[in-house]
Ligand binder design. Structure first.
Ligand code: SF4
Length: 95
């Protein structure tokens, strides 16, 4: 199909027990763009509390950063295109 989104990687979304910490640099970015309040509460448009809870336990093995990356960080990454069937479609650009 011609209108299929272009992406370079399909990255599997993995899950682990309990919450994972977001790096401070990512928190600062989220705050600067209004997606996190001063208390550290996430405010992502169109994401339900239930979905958010799940997202907090997820991570990807990012092919660009070459390390396990919190799904929230991935979700707001410029390379993030969409989430389809447990995978992130990633544009694969340099970060
Ligand atoms: S969208 Fe960003 S964080 Fe997610 S896999 Fe791609 S480069 Fe890594």
């Amino acid at each position: 199909m011609a209108d299929e989104l272009e992406h370079k990687f399909e990255v599997e979304i993995k899950e682990r027990e309990g919450r994972q910490k977001l790096p401070d640099s990512v928190k600062d970015e989220l705050k600067a763009s209004g997606m996190m309040d001063e208390k550290g509460k996430l405010k992502l448009k169109g994401v339900s509390p239930k979905m958010l809870k799940r997202m907090k336990q997820e991570y990807v093995e990012c092919p660009i950063l070459k390390e396990d990356t919190h799904f929230i960080q991935c979700f707001v990454c410029p390379n993030f295109q969409s989430r389809v069937m447990g995978k992130v479609l990633c544009k694969g650009g340099k970060l």
